[in-house]
Design a protein around this ligand. Sequence first.
Ligand code: ITT
Length: 193
Amino acid sequence: MTKEIVFATNNPHKLSEVRAMAGDRLRILSLSEIGCHDDIPETADTLEGNALIKARWVKEKYGYDCFADDTGLMVDALDGAPGVYSARYAGPGCTPDDNIDRLLRELDGVEPERRTARFRTVVALILDGREQLFEGSVEGSIDTCRHGRSGFGYDPVFVAAESGMSFAEMTSEAKNAISHRGRAVKALFSYLH
Ligand code: ITT
C-alpha cells in the first residue's frame, strides 16, 4: 500500500528532488495540496530548530504527519557563514543570485585551498505523535564563478569534492546520490519503510 506524508516546504526544487527519491511506496504531498500557503517563520538559530518549527507548524495547524528540511551552507573561510542564515544571506527579500553574489564577494581573493565548505541538511519528522531528526552533509568548495544550469540556490558555485563538478552541472539523480539532502532523506525513507 502507498503511504502518504506531507513535505513541509515552500521550495519547489526541494520538493522535486525528494519526490524523485520516493519510489512508488511513498506519496509526498506538497503544502499546497493540503491547502497550506503560509510563509512559515524560521526564527531558530539552528537547522534543527528551524526544521522542527516547520514540521510542528504543519502538524499543529493542519493536523498532518509530515517532515521538513532545513539546510545551510557552511563556508570555513567565513567561520561557518552563511550557515543557518543561508536563505537571507544578502538581506531580506534577496534572490538566490543575490546570495551567490554576496558569497563570491566575501570570498574574493581567498585562495582555492581555503574555499572549503559543506552543505548540511536536517530533516525533522513528526509521525504518530513522535518527533525525530535525520541529517546529511556533503563536503566541497566554493568556486570563483558559476558553473552549470541545473539545481537551485547555491548549486552553481558549490563544487562537490566527490564529483569535482558543481551541483548545477550534475543531473538531479547524481546530485541526490551524494548530496546533503539526498543523504538525510535516504535515512528518513529507510526509517519510514
Ligand atoms: P523551505 O524553508 O520552505 O523548505 P527554503 O528555500 O527557505 O525552503 P532553507 O531555509 O532550508 O529552504 O534553505 C536555505 C538556503 O539554502 C536557501 O537559500 C536555499 O536556496 C539554499 N539551499 C538549500 N538547499 C540547497 C541545495 O540543495 N543546493 C543549493 N542551495 C540550497
